[in-house]
Design a protein around this ligand. Structure first.
Ligand SMILES: Cc1cc2nc3c(=O)[nH]c(=O)nc-3n(C[C@H](O)[C@H](O)[C@H](O)COP(=O)(O)O)c2cc1C
Length: 182
């Protein structure tokens, strides 16, 4: 089973991105195990905190390092990705020489009620993830304009066209991990 560390860029309970991540998890069931990184208690990056490392930082780095690949699911905040994701990225690159991201296959997606479904935010994040040394899946891109009617009661995608498209994307991610993973 391929282990996927999942970072969701929204902390709110009713997050559509959390729901979207859950739907992708269902489509990947049997092939991928999703392990959700806990980001709610992550402090802003502060070099001084390495003297007494916050548990949330240690846990985040361990979750990424234990995974075969990482999936980042983001809302778009003011045409970029949320600050909590930037803090997660920065913490996991340090201490110097212990970059948890190095060489990890990464896929990026996200959803918003807006028609361009986080496209701008994803492009910003893509640039950052290349910089920190991950192997970012370039294609296919996945910008999902959130539609509540696409989901069933259990959170699974019920709209057939959407399901087929998302299954194809999950397959591509699996291929990407097989090609680039260590
Ligand atoms: C601070 C803030 C900025 C936002 N900026 C954008 C934006 O640039 N583009 C967009 O499509 N939606 C934007 N939204 C709306 C979000 O897409 C919407 O709130 C979405 O539900 C957030 O994802 P979540 O449900 O996973 O929390 C913004 C929301 C917030 C709170």
């Amino acid at each position: 089973m391929t282990k996927i560390a999942v970072l969701v860029g929204s902390l709110r309970k009713e997050s559509v991105n959390r729901k979207f991540a859950g739907a992708l998890e269902k489509l990947a069931a049997g092939r991928m195990e999703f392990v959700y990184a806990e980001l709610a208690d992550l402090p802003h990056y502060n070099e001084d905190l390495w003297d007494n490392v916050p548990e949330a930082v240690t846990a985040l780095k361990a979750t990424i390092e234990a995974a075969d690949a990482v999936l980042i699911v983001i809302p778009e905040y003011n045409r970029t990705y949320p600050g909590v994701i930037k803090d997660a990225i920065d913490w996991a690159t340090r201490p110097w020489g212990k970059n948890s991201w190095a060489g990890k296959p990464v896929a990026i997606t996200g959803t918003s009620p807006g028609v361009i479904g986080t496209a701008v935010a994803q492009h910003h994040l893509r640039t950052t993830m290349v910089t920190v040394g991950t192997a970012v899946m370039g294609q296919p891109e996945l910008y999902y304009a959130y539609k509540p009617e696409h989901f069933g009661e259990d959170g699974a995608i019920t709209d057939e066209n959407t399901k087929t498209y998302l299954e194809g994307w999950v397959n591509s991610f699996a291929d990407w991990i097989a090609t680039t993973g260590k």
